[in-house]
Design a protein around this ligand. Structure first.
Ligand SMILES: [Zn+2]
Length: 424
């Protein structure tokens, strides 16, 4: 098993080691991916909610030529071995120099230590225990067992956390036997103890929190660099709190400000006036939509009376058949119902061809005993299509190139029915 150097020194950025094992695991982008085990490593493998480190391994040949291999992924297996994923198979026995991507690691240490502190303060201030932690690429979250805290409670927690950060309290690591850790847990001086045997690694924030943890941490709370609670939402098991620490907090504030500035620019107002400007726009859009609907209905009524006038009654029936490429389905439906109501002895077959399949709407005057639902259903069924509705209004869909066929089928069927059934 590799000696894990980060346990003793989480600020170690470079180290010398020897490759002890190598195996090919998979192929990515047409290249082989190899896993290397080292006798000692400062690379942190993904575990406990904290993502792995990245960096490089450099092997120097006897002639002095250096081969630098990027470490893309670091995982630990069930036996506790740490595996470094690389694209070059360094053979067992090769001496390497490991270099950790420090910017990435320090960021993880800030978020992770920030999580210890945040969980401790949620426990102390609101009696809300943390059940899980996730450190993401841009934000981190903890899940609390309990209901979503009120905004003022969240602000208090954030204030207390930042006070402790400003006090720059030491963060220290110690080791105790399992039995002793259990006694501490029972006495309430240890916040959490995972299921594992042997020696337990304790991480202590002075006068604040003690927690069993195998992760990497900063040396004092000041190095967390500030913590900002971004949001909280209800999840199935409790409340999920999103937070950022250190430079991430600065980056997220800058990104938020950029968004706000963009919104303010689009609205031609100052940042503080954005909410009022949006409220005004929403109100305008709502009343605009209402007015538009009113105008459409009015237009449909005029349109309906024109259609009724345009088509004369032949053999006791006014049969209006029309199709449009530039009218939407809702309008055509509205128009069909209004046309059938506008004049007696009228059957209306209207099509909206703005999309394929086209929408066909069929309607009739109340004075006619004719079942639009049944007629449309039967005509569509003959063409292998579906649709239907009530006796006075029916709808269906038909491919645009079959609209004419459907209309002539319906025409014929209406004429036949009317010829057999005198109007009431
Ligand atoms: Zn930790």
């Amino acid at each position: 098993m590799s000696e894990r150097l980060y346990y003793a020194d989480s600020f170690l950025t470079a180290f010398d080691a020897v490759v002890t094992d190598v195996r090919e695991v998979s192929r990515r982008d047409g290249e082989s991916v190899w896993q290397l085990a080292l006798n000692r490593t400062a690379f942190y493998p993904t575990s406990g909610g904290q993502p792995m480190d990245q960096g490089t391994l450099t092997a120097v040949a006897r002639g002095g030529a250096a081969l630098e291999v990027p470490v893309e992924q670091v995982e630990e297996d069930d036996q506790g071995q740490v595996w470094h994923f690389v694209r070059k198979p360094l053979t067992a026995g090769t001496e390497v120099r490991g270099q950790i991507d420090w910017e990435r690691r320090f960021d993880h240490m800030q978020q992770h230590t920030g999580q210890h502190l945040l969980s401790a303060v949620f426990q102390k201030e609101l009696q809300l225990p943390t059940v899980s932690f996730h450190l993401g690429e841009s934000v981190s979250t903890i899940d609390l067992a309990g209901s979503v805290p009120a905004r003022h409670s969240l602000e208090r927690v954030e204030r207390v956390v930042n006070q402790i950060i400003a006090e720059d309290r030491p963060v220290t690591v110690s080791h105790v036997a399992r039995a002793e850790a259990e006694t501490m847990l029972a006495a309430g001086v240890l916040r959490k103890l995972p299921e594992r045997e042997g020696e337990i690694r304790l991480v202590t924030i002075a006068d604040c929190d003690r927690n069993a943890c195998g992760g990497t941490h900063v040396r004092s709370t000041g190095q967390i660099g500030g913590l900002h609670v971004r949001s909280v939402e209800k999840v199935s098991r409790g409340a999920r709190v999103e937070f950022v620490c250190g430079l991430r907090a600065v980056r997220s504030a800058r990104a938020d400000l950029a968004l706000l500035s963009e919104a303010a620019g689009a609205l031609s107002v100052g940042a503080v006036d954005v909410p009022a400007a949006i409220a005004r726009l929403l109100a305008e859009s709502k009343s605009g939509a209402k007015e538009r609907q009113h105008l459409r209905e009015e237009l449909a009524s005029y349109h309906a009376s024109r259609l009724a006038v345009e088509v004369p009654i032949e053999e006791g029936l006014r049969l209006v058949v029309r199709s449009w490429k530039d009218r939407d389905r809702e309008y055509v439906k509205m128009l069909a119902a209004r046309t059938a109501m506008a004049a007696p002895e009228t059957v209306v077959i209207l099509c909206a061809e703005e999309a394929n399949p086209a929408r066909v709407v069929m309607s009739r005057s109340l004075s006619l005993e004719l079942d639009c639902g049944r007629m449309l259903r039967e005509a569509l069924a003959e063409m292998g299509l579906r649709g239907g509705g009530s006796p006075d209004l029916a709808q269906g869909e038909v491919p645009i190139d079959q609209v004419a066929t459907l209309c002539s089928k319906l025409r014929e069927s209406v004429r036949r029915t009317i010829a057999g059934t005198p109007a009431v």
